[in-house]
Design a protein around this ligand. Structure first.
Ligand SMILES: Nc1ncnc2c1ncn2[C@@H]1O[C@H](COP(=O)(O)OP(=O)(O)OP(=O)(O)O)[C@@H](O)[C@H]1O
Length: 511
């Protein structure tokens, strides 16, 4: 397949709003790819390189050679150039890499250059596209979407799944299961207002658990080997030796479990989230262990000694968990159909300093990587996870720091972000220093301008007093009294809240 074909499709995708048209374009393109090419095509159009990082960033792509007039590059040729770039390291590698990039971009037409630049700078990485691509791979290979999604989630690699279906047939997807040691996307929750609404949705009986304000952790154990992964599947094993020890003490050989780690005070109450984050989010790792120990609370079990439990009902998974994990390492839980009892459980959780409760179906399976219908969260403080689109230099006491952030919500169909407002409130000095460095890395424009646009990748959790209609911003809504609670490194921009989720907070018309 010629690169021009792929670059043109990428362009058309960007110019098309309708999801079904995007899927149709991709189905057409996938049909034209050979078995060797299909993985690369899926990967690139989902904004990823099959090699992962090859160390070419925005800065290296600023000055490009004059584009070629005629298109001559094919996909596999470009793929080998990426292999070579990724493999060039050590003494003299700088100039070698520059020469390789010159050759690559010098052979590309203007349209191809634009595509390669967006691919290499991470600009094509949009969650919306991954969803559309998953649909397209399912359609192109006539596999039911649920089967394809499941295989992609369990293997963590849509490109490889697409290649496998093409080369080995749809049957081969059945062999893809949970593998101990390879993290899968965690199940996520939707929001409801109160326990009654939760019981209504879950149909009678449900489990209520404390919602701890710590950090999600997925735990894998095979014999003495333990792996700990964040919500975004980063390996953080080395940062939490005390959790590794606690897991090693459990009477099992193989397990995959889901839980939350949190730092507790001596009286058992939770420390503020920032304290947990100081251990979890940095590479200071075990250094902070003595003063900020972490406790893991488990709430689900996905695999136990050779048996996958993903498809088992919630209560069966919980009983399996209870059979191997002592009480003090499980999240407190109440199974009830009584809204008043659940309400008391919620009030008690809040009084003890926790964030709220989770209500969970006793019958639903574990929906890896999805905001499943079986988990509902109930918490009194409303927050939104938004994406930083630009940042302004501070003045006065904040001179020299990147301060006021521009906030955007996600538009799922286009994969773009809509600005909703700005805030400089709630930032500690430590946050200001951190964000100045972070947004300098993400900048897509000159740093000497007052407003610095950034790649929309950093998610921030914002508390607010309300949402109002507004003509100032393109989404028609604006945040009232927005303030920063924390930066969320465990969420990618494609998981940020949507414009529709923001609008749901609007007061009813006429009130
Ligand atoms: N008992 C529990 N069961 C499941 N998740 C829990 C529990 N206690 C705390 N959590 C945390 O709550 C999160 C579930 O909420 P959700 O799926 O919406 O994730 P989120 O978008 O990160 O939400 P939030 O910002 O409210 O934490 C989990 O990712 C987990 O980190």
């Amino acid at each position: 397949m010629m690169l021009a074909d792929l670059a043109a499709t990428s362009d058309q995708l960007g110019a098309t709003a309708a999801r079904s048209s995007k899927v149709a374009m991709l189905v057409g393109l996938l049909g034209r790819a050979s078995p060797d090419e299909i993985g690369v095509v899926v990967s690139w159009l989902s904004g990823e390189l099959t090699q992962g990082q090859i160390g070419v960033g925005y800065a290296a792509l600023r000055a490009l050679p004059t584009p070629a007039v005629l298109s001559s590059m094919d996909v596999l040729g470009v793929q080998s150039a990426f292999d070579e770039l990724g493999g060039t390291a050590g003494a003299g590698s700088q100039s070698r890499r520059r020469a390789l990039l010159e050759d690559l971009f010098g052979a590309a037409t203007a349209v191809e250059q634009a595509f390669l630049r967006r691919l290499l700078s991470g600009d094509l990485r949009q969650g919306a596209l991954i969803g559309v691509m998953t649909d397209a791979v399912a359609k192109a290979s006539s596999v039911p979407l649920t089967d394809l999604r499941r295989a992609a989630m369990l293997s963590g690699n849509l490109a490889e799944v697409a290649r496998r279906v093409r080369v080995e047939g749809a049957e081969s997807l059945r062999e893809i299961g949970l593998r101990v040691g390879r993290p899968v996307g965690p199940m996520l929750a939707s929001s409801v207002a109160d326990p009654l609404a939760a019981l209504d949705k879950l149909g009678g009986d449900a489990a209520f658990e404390w919602k701890l304000d710590g950090a999600r952790v997925q735990i894998h154990r095979h014999g003495a080997e333990v792996g700990l992964f964040t919500r975004s599947l980063d390996d953080v094993t080395a940062r939490m030796p005390e959790v590794v020890e606690a897991i090693r003490a459990l009477p099992v050989h193989d397990l995959v479990a889901d839980g939350e780690v949190i730092s507790l005070r001596e009286d058992g109450r939770p420390n503020p989230f920032q304290v947990t984050a100081s251990r979890f989010g940095t590479r200071r790792a075990a250094a902070g262990q003595a003063d900020v120990p972490l406790t893991a609370f488990l709430f689900d079990l996905l695999h136990l000694d050779g048996r996958d439990l993903l498809d088992e009902p919630g209560q069966v998974r919980y009983e399996a968990l209870a059979s191997i994990v002592p009480d003090q390492y499980r999240v407190p839980r109440l199974v009830t159909s009584d809204a008043a009892a659940a309400g008391r459980f919620l009030a008690d959780a809040l009084a003890r300093g926790h964030e709220g409760v989770m209500a969970k179906s006793l019958t639903a399976p574990y929906e890896a990587g999805r905001r499943g219908a079986g988990w509902l969260k109930i918490k009194p403080v409303h927050t939104l996870d938004l994406v930083v689109l630009a940042v302004e230099w501070g003045s006065g006491r904040r001179k020299g720091w990147l301060s006021n952030i521009h906030l955007g919500a996600r538009e799922p169909d286009s994969g773009r972000f809509v600005m909703l407002g700005k805030t400089f409130k709630g930032m500690t000095d430590e946050m200001l220093a951190w964000q100045t460095q972070r947004f300098t890395q993400l900048a897509t424009g000159p740093m000497d301008q007052w407003v610095v646009p950034v790649r929309p990748e950093q998610v921030v959790e914002i508390a607010f007093d309300g949402i109002q209609r507004s003509t100032r911003y393109p989404g028609g809504v604006a945040l009232r009294f927005a303030r920063v609670l924390r930066y969320r490194d465990d969420k990618s921009a494609e998981e940020a809240d949507t414009v529709a989720a923001v609008r749901a907070f609007l007061p009813a018309q006429g009130t």
